[in-house]
Design a protein around this ligand. Structure first.
Ligand code: TRP
Ligand code: SF4
Length: 327
């Protein structure tokens, strides 16, 4: 197998939840064993939508790092760093902005969608339009072969390739065109049955202590047709059952499925089973989190060498870029 160089980033825009763990993080954890990985906190990207209120930004950056490490992202295998510590990201962003036609950015589907979606925020900013150019800089600086992304990020990656191609054509072939490693996100439902998402306030966070997790599961919606204890239910339409599918053993899944349809098992009991399974899965992560929080300088010890390595590599690429552009 050929090892790739892989780059991926996450925005520090709040607490990570189960959807992030099962989607991105566990995928990263696998990739770090097979490839050369660069994982970074995209704090400048977080400013593109949250520029007005930054008072929690530093805290979110730290939280993100704590969650990554607790989830098993290993600084001995992956280079972990913070975007804003590496000036080359900003410099390459500027240089690439010179060759990126505005219509490429305006036709980006996430641009219009988010602008309409995040009402109450003025997103007619230069930084927001240029978001994908910064992302291209993040990726191209490390000459990534591949980028693990969810479906929503595919347009950004396509744009990265277009920008790379344009640069290579105008000046010199400096950048490889990165391909996507599409992460098949298992769709994780939230406590209200919709997709788990911070904006719906239906998340179970990695930082939630056990009693909070249990309480959130207790108040989760179930099959709405199952009103009374002896009404039979349909697990296929119940979000609790989706958690069973992720966390429970096949024996429990069969038991619950059967017991729900025949009303032999009540929702309270069913939820206790899923809470137990979830708690068992999260317990090692909580333990690692608490150890890190008790020993916060450990986070700096990890990030420092990561930033240094990122700094060296990005600086090298930047020199090639400058030579190619004759500046
Ligand atoms: N745009 C990505 C997201 O919102 C975050 C990101 C920034 C990123 N730079 C990146 C992802 C570079 C992959 C590679 O999820
Ligand atoms: Fe959902 Fe479980 Fe209740 Fe069935 S028994 S409706 S699967 S919570």
């Amino acid at each position: 197998m050929v090892a790739y160089r892989i780059v991926s980033g996450m925005q520090p825009s709040g607490r990570l939840h189960l959807g992030n763990l099962l989607g991105a993080l566990e995928n990263w954890r696998t990739l770090q064993h097979e490839h050369e990985c660069f994982f970074f906190v995209a704090d400048w990207h977080a400013l593109s939508t949250n520029y007005e209120d930054t008072h929690q930004l530093r805290e979110y950056v730290r939280d993100l790092l704590v969650d990554w490490l607790a989830a098993g992202i290993d600084p001995n295998r992956a280079t972990i760093f913070i975007q804003s510590r590496i000036p080359a990201h900003a410099i390459l962003h500027l240089l690439l902005s010179m060759i990126t036609p505005i219509p490429w950015l305006e036709r980006n589907p996430t641009y219009k969608e988010k602008q309409e979606h995040l009402e109450g925020r003025d997103l007619s900013t230069y930084g927001f339009l240029g978001y994908p150019v910064l992302q291209a800089a993040d990726i191209l600086l490390y000459k990534a072969d591949a980028v693990p992304v969810g479906k929503d990020q595919l347009p950004h990656l396509e744009l990265t390739r277009e920008i790379a191609r344009r640069f290579n054509h105008l000046y010199q072939a400096v950048f490889p065109e990165p391909k996507e490693l599409l992460t098949e996100f298992p769709k994780v439902v939230g406590t209200d049955g919709r997709k788990m998402s911070k904006s719906y306030q239906n998340t179970i966070n990695l930082s939630d202590p056990e009693p909070v997790v249990r309480q959130k599961i207790k108040t989760m919606v179930t099959d709405p047709a199952r009103v009374r204890r002896n009404d039979p239910g349909n697990p296929e339409v119940c979000p609790v059952f989706e958690f069973h599918r992720i966390f429970s053993t096949s024996t429990v899944i069969d038991q619950v499925s059967q017991g729900c349809r025949t009303a032999e098992i009540g929702c309270i009991e069913c939820k206790t089973f899923v809470a137990d399974a979830m708690v068992a899965r999260l317990a090692p992560l909580w333990e690692a989190r608490n150890a890190l929080l008790a020993n916060p300088q450990r986070i700096d010890e990890v990030v420092e060498p990561g930033c240094q390595r990122a700094q060296t590599i990005s600086q090298q690429t930047l020199e090639e870029v400058k030579t190619a552009m004759k500046i």
